[in-house]
Write a protein that binds this ligand. Sequence first.
Ligand code: FAD
Length: 460
Amino acid sequence: ASSAAHQKVCVVGGGPAGFYTAQHLLKACQDVQVDIYERLPVPFGLVRFGVAPDHPEVKNVISTFTQTAHHARCCYYGNVNVGTDVSVEELREAYHAVVLSYGAEGNRSMGVPGEDLEGVYPAKDFVGWYNGLPSNRELNPGLDCETAVILGQGNVALDVARILLSPIDELKKTDITQRSLDALAQSQVRRVLIVGRRGPLQIAGTIKELREMVNLPDTKPEMVASEFEGMAEALKVIPRPRKRLTELMLKTAVDPPAEKERQRRQAASRSWGLRFLRSPLEVLAGPDGARVAGIRLAVNRLEGTGDGSVAVPTGEVETMDCGLVITSIGYKSLPIDPAVPFDPRKAIVPNSLGRVQQAAGLYCSGWLKTGPVGVIATTMNNSFDTAHSVVEDLTSGCLDATSAKPGSTGIGPLLDKRGVKPVSFSDWEKINQEGRRGAAQGKPREKLLDVEEMLKTART
Ligand code: FAD
């Protein structure tokens, strides 16, 4: 239920940005009620549907978000799709301030022929599939091939590579969905190539994820030593943490392994490798014309140095055989309401310090504010910054915070009239309990995959 607080703020999206924005607002302002509207019945956004199942420690932030949701002046409304069930204008009428924190739910596409062939999947969908995102539960990716190519070299690409090659017994201990576990147990994928358009010094992944690849049981690295030419020299001038990351790549790709490591590599049944300076030109179909059988790549050279260097095609072209292509070239925010300013080029809501330009009382935080970059800690900081701007505006009087606004009591009847039944935080806790009950031995939970099933569980 809503508190007696006079200032009403709502947050759109119940991911890290939404929860961190709410947390800071509640702490900084004693007279504010914060309502969180989330599209899915279940909260936490990419912490639940993005973060890899074998990274449970990253999900510890959920306990902080749960505390926020239980705060006396916070209320969670799941199963409310803003832009469809209620408009941003209606929220702005009902609240002194509206913070958009709905993340980046679209994909960047490669824009090359063959992208729609069977066996080509955006990493976002593949990740959603193994993490139980309802809209991806039917993905059933074909894993009956030997080689998979992942395009992109960020942490999401490394997560996908690791999940494809992890021993099933390790995955069994995680909250990965049972159907993807079953599919991965049958997987024929033995080799994963992670392809980037620039060089080793521009790789976007971080050392933790790379080290996990290097140490992945039953796998060996399959690198091309010549791709690292000149790297030892470059090490002298590059700053940490890139220096450590490059040292690890060099050690893996170039240094002769010590005896124990040599034996480990020799016994391995699977391999993974990084490939550099390659851009996709076309995904190639097999004889049936429907399924992917390879990928044609342009060979690039780099112009300039460091992060700002640009990949330029040399004119040389190369083909890689593969039966699975996963494109990991970035998530992308989408507009949800035509009344909200949106920059289609950067795919963000244009803002300064979280204040949406030319829209008093409207704010944004998280990936919608910055673009889909950075870890949860980055999202936390930029969400605190946005919350700080809201508090500043509430206290400086520019939001007419003294006039009464109805908050959720204005929105509830609208939703009711439209047949939308919000899921409360305690409803979500029932869904979560059900997930824990349904889990096989050793698994922390088995996520419910169907929105109807979630709603039914919430209401029993
Ligand atoms: P999101 O987490 O996407 O949350 C947005 C929320 O808004 C979602 O719950 C969504 O359902 C909701 N929403 C969308 N549309 C609407 C609408 N119309 N109405 C209402 N609600 C809506 N970071 C780490 O620190 N460690 C990791 O190991 C890590 N792994 C990652 C793995 C992957 C595959 C990805 C993609 C990211 C990973 N990150 C990791 C980064 C981290 O997930 C992000 O920094 C963070 O989730 C961004 O938060 P957000 O709230 O902006 O977006």
